[in-house]
Design a protein around this ligand. Structure first.
Ligand code: ADP
Length: 256
């Protein structure tokens, strides 16, 4: 693997949760790389391990086994403080809930993480990003004066101005109507194809996944298949084959 072009890689990652006398392998050996400048969707039935994958890949949760590398940095053995700094410097997050601060304007919300990190603010870049997400006319508005789609654009701009090694998006269009969702997904696509951003998006929506370059399907904590240049119908079709994750999940007995 060409590590210089890899934003995030997971090598034989396992995550086991104890449940009484048994344990559940939420991730049962996942090896996966996200190349720089690519847009990947992660899909799978409920309980297949998508959130666990996202949390481990973002250094929010520690795998039971295996290793994770973000922008060339191996997360193993890092302290909580080191992980916090690494996330701050290298990772952007976009959630279903926009998580904006109501008292701040659009521009202030976008700048806040940079300011908290004590980073220099490149005004040209900030203007460019605000323009690219179509918020130039709204820069001085507060979140309550914006539609849901516009609020998610603010959250996207906030992630983009930090120019992170990777942006993790968790159901970013889950709270939006179909048309607005399409606009937001197109913005994410542009950030990847025009600005070279790397995005990993967890979604259950085949239409949302079809905006990605590649879809990784999880089932039972393992990679079931992958698809490049996905179409919504091909993704939906693939999902029907993944079945009920809970039925097939490996239950490890005994103390783990
Ligand atoms: P998905 O995001 O695809 O719905 P998750 O990653 O949330 O899947 O969960 C994968 C499996 O791990 C499920 O069986 C879930 O119940 C289990 N799991 C996830 N988080 C925990 C936890 N904190 N404690 C115990 N089990 C968990």
């Amino acid at each position: 693997m060409d590590t210089a072009s890899t934003a995030v890689s997971l090598d034989a990652v396992e995550k086991v949760y104890k449940r009484g006398s048994t344990a559940v392998a939420a991730l049962a050996g996942v090896s996966l790389a996200f190349q720089k400048g690519t847009f990947t969707a992660v899909m799978g039935p409920s309980g297949s391990g998508k959130s666990t994958l996202l949390h481990c890949a973002a250094g929010l949760d520690e795998p039971t086994a295996g290793s994770i590398t973000i922008d060339g940095v191996d997360l193993r053995g890092k302290s909580e403080t080191e992980l916090t700094l690494l996330r701050r410097d290298k990772i952007g997050f976009i959630f279903q809930a926009f998580n904006l601060l109501p008292a701040l304007t659009v521009t202030q919300n976008i700048l806040l993480p940079l300011q908290l990190a004590g980073r220099r603010v490149n005004k040209n870049l900030v203007q460019q990003v605000i323009q690219s997400v179509g918020l130039a006319e709204r820069a001085h508005h507060r979140p309550s004066e914006l539609s849901g789609g516009q609020q998610q654009r603010v959250a996207i701009a906030r992630a983009l101005v930090a120019q992170p090694a990777v942006i993790f998006a968790d159901e970013p269009t889950g709270a939006l109507d179909t048309r607005t969702a399409g606009e937001v997904l197109t913005l994410l696509q542009n950030a990847v194809h025009q600005s070279g951003q790397t995005i990993v998006m967890v979604t259950h929506d085949p239409v949302a996944a079809s905006y990605a370059d590649r879809v990784v399907f999880l089932a039972d904590g393992r990679i079931a298949s992958e698809m490049y240049r996905p179409t919504a119908s091909a993704v939906a079709e693939q999902m029907t084959h993944l079945g009920d994750a809970v039925a097939g999940r490996p239950l490890l007995s005994g103390g783990v």
